[in-house]
Write a protein that binds this ligand. Structure first.
Ligand SMILES: *[C@@H]1O[C@H](CO)[C@@H](O)[C@H](O)[C@H]1NC(C)=O
Ligand SMILES: *[C@@H]1O[C@H](CO)[C@@H](O)[C@H](O)[C@H]1NC(C)=O
Ligand SMILES: *[C@@H]1O[C@H](CO)[C@@H](O)[C@H](O)[C@H]1NC(C)=O
Ligand SMILES: *[C@@H]1O[C@H](CO)[C@@H](O)[C@H](O)[C@H]1NC(C)=O
Ligand SMILES: *[C@@H]1O[C@H](CO)[C@@H](O)[C@H](O)[C@H]1NC(C)=O
Ligand SMILES: *[C@@H]1O[C@H](CO)[C@@H](O)[C@H](O)[C@H]1NC(C)=O
Ligand SMILES: *[C@@H]1O[C@H](CO)[C@@H](O)[C@H](O)[C@H]1NC(C)=O
Ligand SMILES: *[C@@H]1O[C@H](CO)[C@@H](O)[C@H](O)[C@H]1NC(C)=O
Ligand SMILES: *[C@@H]1O[C@H](CO)[C@@H](O)[C@H](O)[C@H]1NC(C)=O
Length: 407
């Protein structure tokens, strides 16, 4: 509704050049003046322009008459030409720019033409600018824009999407600090991502008349696919087989239209796999040293002949390879510790011997206690407890075994 209210008073300038001419070459038409007049532009539906004109030829001439309609969709651009045999022409157009129309025909070798121009209403620079959208997660879309440079202080913008009779009004506006709408989050779009969609942002203000911003586009051109689903890894001896399912999309996309990007690297980023896979939902990764830890992530995009889409979201990273430290490394660490302890003990002993030579122990009078302490030197059987010596022996044995394993 808002849209129609905005467009009804659109100023459009109609300049008509009636070209009357006497078709003297043709005896039958000799007495008639034929004219191409009254070129009119109307907005038949939001974003759709209907051109009509008059050409007062008789019906039998009319059936052979072809009109060339050329439309310049923005100043300075090349006009788009269409050849038709009806006296009207309808097409999707963006109405935030000025448009020029020119209809020409040739009847009995006489050229006729007429022209019309359209200028959007409102003040330049008041419309929403730098409009962009990103569609994601199957039915979601975020759009954003900036407030026009010449927009008045009380400006507010409103956005609608249309596809045929389906209208999606923005429900969740993103606002700037002055509470101006500068974006919209659509959560559950029921319109098709693959068909032409008309986005319209109109502005309201009590101070000045605001220009509209509008755009025809296919949402899927701005779609960021979800990552592939159910990614599984199967580990063989030396290979890893990755399998996945194509991500859910808004509209049915053929299996062959998907491309997948697989990225794998190890923690030290020495070895990486960076491949794009076509037409398949599995991939075999070879040549990795699976004693290391790797991470794998994937993303998807669509591709067909006329369009190259952006890559979608990355999947969460999946770890594979040897995610527990290997026995080999544990043994190496044990062996190094054993060697260090051995070296340290030898050094300690040597130092102790030197000390003993430098400062020989002073002989002391014997007592009962020291007698008992010395017992292990003499005979073990006399000791009060023989636990300690046996513990010592066990510890030594462990270290010795470790050293042997290394060798
Ligand atoms: C066509 O229109 C022009 C001017 O509008 C008029 O002069 C002429 O007689 C008309 N011709 C026919 C065939 O009606
Ligand atoms: C309309 O376009 C034709 C060629 O495309 C050109 O010859 C003619 O001058 C144009 N008419 C006007 C009124 O601009
Ligand atoms: C608005 O801008 C268009 C070109 O973008 C220009 O042709 C037109 O004269 C401008 N109008 C005003 C009122 O400045
Ligand atoms: C819109 O984007 C263009 C180029 O990215 C920039 O020059 C311009 O200033 C932007 N407009 C506004 C109102 O920020
Ligand atoms: C994607 O959409 C589903 C339902 O359609 C929702 O549960 C989920 O939270 C959404 N995920 C994101 C990242 O928006
Ligand atoms: C869309 O907007 C919502 C809310 O501002 C934000 O949480 C989300 O990350 C946006 N998604 C994308 C893909 O930009
Ligand atoms: C999304 O919209 C469709 C129909 O428009 C409805 O059937 C569905 O329940 C909605 N889903 C959510 C999550 O709102
Ligand atoms: C992914 O796996 C889950 C559980 O194994 C299953 O229910 C679901 O259908 C699978 N999705 C696809 C797209 O195959
Ligand atoms: C992966 O390969 C693509 C080209 O195939 C390249 O653009 C991208 O930078 C590579 N990524 C890394 C992390 O090497």
């Amino acid at each position: 509704m808002v849209f129609t209210v905005g467009l009804v008073p659109l100023i459009w300038i109609l300049i008509i050049f009636p070209k009357d001419c006497i078709l003297s070459q043709d005896k039958e038409l000799e007495d008639f003046h034929i004219s191409l007049t009254n070129l009119k532009m109307t907005v038949s539906k939001p974003g759709v322009v209907l051109l009509t004109w008059d050409c007062n030829v008789t019906d039998d001439i009319q059936k052979d008459t072809k009109y060339t309609v050329s439309v310049r969709k923005s100043p300075g651009s090349e006009p788009e030409e269409n050849r038709i045999s009806t006296k009207y022409f309808e097409d999707k157009m963006e109405l935030h720019r000025s448009l020029s129309f020119n209809v020409t025909t040739s009847i009995k070798h006489v050229e006729l033409s007429t022209e019309a121009h359209y200028i959007p209403e409102g003040f330049n620079g008041t419309s929403a600018e730098n409009f962009s959208c990103v569609a994601y997660n199957v039915t979601f879309m975020n759009c954003s824009w900036v407030v026009g440079r010449e927009a008045p202080q009380d400006i507010q913008y409103f956005m609608t999407l249309r596809q045929g009779e389906t209208v999606e009004k923005c429900q969740h506006y993103k606002k700037n600090s002055f509470k101006r709408h500068i974006g919209c989050n659509f959560q559950n779009l029921s319109i098709s991502f693959g068909s032409k969609t008309y986005a319209l942002i109109h502005g309201s203000s009590k101070i000045s008349q605001i220009q509209i911003f509008d755009k025809w586009f296919e949402i899927n051109k701005y779609e960021r696919l979800n990552p592939p689903v159910n990614i599984t890894l199967r580990q063989n001896q030396q290979d890893v087989i990755v399998e996945w399912k194509k991500p859910e999309t808004n509209y049915p996309a053929c299996d062959e239209c998907f491309r997948y990007h697989i990225y794998t690297d190890d923690v030290s980023k020495n070895k990486k796999i960076n491949v794009t896979v076509k037409d398949q939902t599995s991939y075999q990764i070879s040549g990795l040293n699976l004693d290391r830890v790797y991470t794998l992530k994937m993303r998807a995009r669509l591709e067909n002949l006329d369009k190259n889409y952006e890559w979608g979201e990355w999947s969460p990273s999946i770890e594979f390879g040897n995610t527990v430290p290997s026995r080999f490394y544990i043994i190496v660490i044990l062996v190094i510790m054993a060697i260090l302890i051995a070296v340290f003990s030898i050094l300690l002993c040597q130092r102790y011997e030197v000390m003993q030579k430098l400062f020989p122990p002073i002989p002391q009078p014997k007592n009962k206690l020291s007698d008992i302490n010395q017992c292990d030197i003499d005979t073990q059987s006399l000791c009060p407890t023989n636990v300690q010596p046996s513990q010592k022996a066990e510890t030594e044995e462990i270290f010795i075994t470790s050293v042997e394993e290394m060798a």
